[in-house]
Design a protein around this ligand. Sequence first.
Ligand code: GLP
Length: 637
Amino acid sequence: MNPSTSESQQRERLKTVVHASADAASALVAADIAALIRQNTAAGRPTVLGLATGSTPVRLYRELIRLHREEKLSFKKVITFNLDEYHGLPRTHPESYWRFMHEQLFNHLDLPAASINVPDGTVPRADVFASCRVYEEKIRAAGGLDLQVLGIGRTGHIGFNEPGSGRDSRTRLVTLDALTRRDAARDFLGEANVPRHAITMGVGTILDAKRIVLLAWGEAKARVVADAVEQPPSDALPASFLQGHAAVAFHVDQAAAGELTRVRDPWLVGTVTWTPAVARRAVVWLSQQVKKPVLKLLEEDYSEHGMADLLTEQGPAYGLNIRIFNEIQHTITGWPGGKPGADDTHRPERAAPHPKRVVVFSPEPSDDVLGMGGTLRRLVDQGHNVTVAYQTSGNLGVPDEEATMAAELVLELDRASAAFENPGAKFAREVRRQLGAKSAFDGDTPEIRQLKGILRRGEARASLQACGVDAARARFLDLPFYERGRYRQFQIGDADVAALVTLLREVKPHQIFATGRAADPSSVPAVCFEILRRALTQTSGDPWRAACRLWLYRGPDRNWAPAEIEMAVPFSPRELTQKIQAIYHHKSQRSQSPVFAAGLHEAWQQAEHHNRAIALSYDALGLAEYEAIEAFERDPA
Ligand code: GLP
């Protein structure tokens, strides 16, 4: 145990600081680095920084750039060493770490070019060994790393030290893990384009740094952070070796802290303030732990699992069981837009008005039906005025082969219909030419992206029809941040927010459905949600807002714990089949989704698994047994 920590952190084997947000954490670490640089510069010493890539440190780098511009922080006496680089990519490749570091940081500072060191990914295989030795020697000659910044991969890697990397490993060529390559697939516009090898500082190289800070944001990192912090060190999770370092700290946001024992099961490690939400979480947890339905939990189950004080405060057990059971029972409704004319005291949604004006925001086409295809059908069947707003075109997610097929189809049509004027054929011919001229690493031209966007619009319309929603209810916003950007490097602009504000003011919805917090804070849904947040802030004074509720659904990358669910919409076996068939229409997305559980490669499989899993978890708590459930939480905004 880390001696400086409180009782609730007793399982944590290294210093872990949970921050309110990634921005707050980044600002703090940036201030720390600035102080170090200023101190060393004043003493006439250089500052040697070890730097990381990935989406995680981007906020830190933006803050360092701000400190340089606005607070005269000079990098003239700084020397940098990057952790790693893909092997075999030219420096100019959009995903090379060399280019990433220049674009995200170096180009904006007064750091001398000669002080920048990034492992050279372009050296031939035969020379890699020697080149790695030179890299290590250079670090030593510079006086060693004063401070190393790290992110963490979902495999538990630091740098590219994948599971199996030893504590004493040094800078070397490594083979990338399958999960790491899959996580990078979107950046590289396809898994096939992701390099198989990389050069990385070793675990031993990293541990030689005088100080180490590891940053992690978002729920996708929560599991691996908790394991690195709470499990004994092992090469199965290289980040856990940081436990042996004398001056290491993890800086995480709330979501990335979510699996730490003190956050997830606080009753196991200390005294808890039993708010209604915490009590519900604890009772659900207990029911799952002892594998008994809620109504069968006994006094001793509570006391044997660190929850005796909950009983003292809110017991006896049976009364508490009934209260929590009823709370969960009341989340279940077949009327996601409210049941007209019914007493709605214990229903998740208001009965009036009926019908409601509803806006469903879908970050990319297909998120809507994956997350809430069954609920969409219900809303329409129950008479509500539903608008489905696709925030981005989704064209980055379309493989070239699909675009080629579409272009060929138009050209075939053109040949078959010689009697008709066909201006589309000229466009298709041009796109086909551009696709032919494209190399694996090139981004798409605007024309290719346009064709890919058209494909996804068609799929979205067909999918909506299959959910019983008139395709005329679809609105395609094609937000500019996405059209300009690449994955993980999106920048929100005023026009993105304005597009949502316009739509919201036009519809004046009573209900908004959107994907809320995303597992990966740099993902498209996360950026789309931030844009919605800003649009809601801008419209906060509008009269329609008083009657508007925001419901959050989730993509298949995020699991629901039953205690988080505030509205559970169950559906029948037939409705589940209809939903799956609706997902099939997103043909360009086949085999495109990241695998989130063993064997589930297709998006429809993931959605089905999810909806069944929620139903099973309700059943296990002792509630009714349904085929499938779509879940929502209510955002207080
Ligand atoms: C890559 C890098 C790591 C980084 C990890 C996480 O694998 N080699 O240094 O920590 O990605 O990436 P992200 O910060 O985008 O989640």
